[in-house]
Design a protein around this ligand. Structure first.
Ligand SMILES: [Zn+2]
Length: 113
């Protein structure tokens, strides 16, 4: 399943980052979904919940997300969010950004040194 792989990647990325920062607990993980990534964020959040269940470091974390509009560019110089027809010349613009799923920030608890 597409969503499962994505949820797992988010989990693995967040876990690695948390360990690098010596986190005691992860509170929340925020993810940006490109509008063209063709994923269902609710489903990813649900799967993420099942993945962190047995992980003491991550189990109380919540996944929050935002969906970001795509960025396209055309050979005529147009840059914007039109995906199929360039509003300036009518050609097919190239997708520059919009398929990514990125962990943008996290909230963690760290032990006092
Ligand atoms: Zn154009």
């Amino acid at each position: 399943m597409h969503e499962f792989g994505i949820a797992y990647d988010i989990y693995a990325t967040a876990r690695k980052a948390a360990l690098e920062r010596k986190a005691r607990e992860v509170r929340s993980v925020h993810v940006e979904f490109g509008e063209m990534a063709m994923v269902n964020p609710e489903q990813v959040a649900f799967l993420y919940g099942t993945l962190v269940e047995d992980d003491p470091l991550m189990k109380d974390s919540t996944l929050t997300w935002s969906v970001v509009a795509p960025l396209t560019r055309c050979s005529c110089g147009y840059e914007g969010s039109e995906r199929f027809v360039c509003p300036r010349c009518g050609k097919l613009p190239e997708l520059v950004r919009g398929r990514e799923v990125t962990v943008t920030h996290m909230e963690i608890e760290v032990d006092d040194e």
